[in-house]
Ligand binder design. Structure first.
Ligand code: HEC
Ligand code: HEC
Length: 251
């Protein structure tokens, strides 16, 4: 980065802070600290708070009571009225316990530590994409899950919050394929994977596996051929092709 862009970034960060947080001054001594070390100064608290906000992808009022909606100057920082603030305190305490002994001991590394972002990745709910989509599928059906995928991809693609590689949808489709009652949902997700990842042979392979489970051998074979067209050396596609061909001959 050049000095000029660094300076511009710093200026931007300052102006954002000035716009977003007019009511908060670093000089203000914190009045209601219950988990951060006593004596933590205003500036330090502010830095910690910025980090927590970024880790969860939220603004200050996710945890702090805003007396007038939309008006940052009306935030009462010491207030404990918003439930998320208490959860954050418990999270901080849980994390401190992990980092103090359990984690270094398990890792065999004295410096091993997690921070909020290790789990949260810019999200309030750190569940992985496959878990989110499985839950939506089971509660509201495949169409809702597909809508959720598109919404999350639109918002988070490139942020690192979710894995948008073919792996996540593959996992969802194969998990749903374990249960006959959700085979149709599995196929819908597998097709979404092909649509989103047209150059991934693995996505076609999943469609082939699900169609085979549904008894559609011709469709399964077509998907295998599509996979081999993308990658003639794909091992799973090659294996399925052999398996399907042998079974046809022995019939
Ligand atoms: C994820 C929840 C969360 C977010 C987001 C958050 N805070 Fe906090 N904040 C807390 C918690 C919890 C405490 C109390 C810590 C303690 O008990 O030691 C606190 C304390 C504070 C205090 C001290 C208040 C006092 O007088 O005791 C200030 C000031 C503060 N936060 C500012 C901010 C600012 C500014 C932001 C946005 C950049 C922010 N917070 C975002 C959870 C949050
Ligand atoms: C070991 C992983 C992990 C770490 C580290 C962690 N969290 Fe969490 N956090 C979770 C999980 C899991 C949930 C539950 C999400 C759910 O099911 O809604 C959660 C939930 C929360 C919630 C409630 C969100 C909501 O929508 O209700 C807040 C607030 C929160 N965490 C703040 C923090 C803060 C602040 C830190 C760092 C001090 C932190 N967490 C560190 C895993 C973690």
């Amino acid at each position: 980065m050049t000095i000029r862009t660094t300076a511009r970034a710093a200026a931007l960060a300052l102006s954002l802070a000035a716009v977003a947080l007019p009511a908060f001054a670093d000089e203000d001594a914190p009045k209601n600290l219950k988990v951060l070390p006593k004596g933590t100064g205003g500036r330090e608290v502010h830095e910690i708070m910025n980090e927590w906000s970024q880790s969860l992808g939220v603004r200050c009022d996710f945890c702090h009571e805003m007396k007038t909606p939309g008006d940052f100057r009306s935030i009462d920082w010491a207030s404990d009225k918003v439930g998320h603030k208490e959860v954050a305190r418990r999270m901080y305490t849980m994390m401190g316990g992990l980092n103090a002994t359990a984690l270094p001991k398990a890792a065999g590394e004295p410096d091993a530590a997690v921070s909020c972002v290790t789990c949260h990745r810019g999200l309030t709910n750190p569940a992985t994409l496959d878990k989110v989509l499985l839950q939506v599928t089971r509660e509201k059906g495949a169409d809702a899950a597909i809508g959720k995928y598109r919404e999350l991809r639109e918002r988070y693609y490139g942020s690192g919050s979710y894995d948008f590689s073919p792996r996540a949808l593959q996992k969802v489709a194969l998990t749903l394929a374990d249960d006959k009652a959700t085979l149709d949902a599995s196929l819908a997700i597998a097709k979404l994977n092909v649509e989103q990842n047209p150059t991934a042979a693995s996505a076609q392979v999943v469609v082939a596996q699900v169609l085979d489970l549904k008894g559609d051998r011709a469709g399964a074979m077509a998907a295998v051929d599509a996979a081999l067209k993308i990658d003639p050396k794909d091992r799973q596609a090659t294996r399925l092709k052999q398996q399907f061909t042998q079974q046809t001959i022995s019939k």
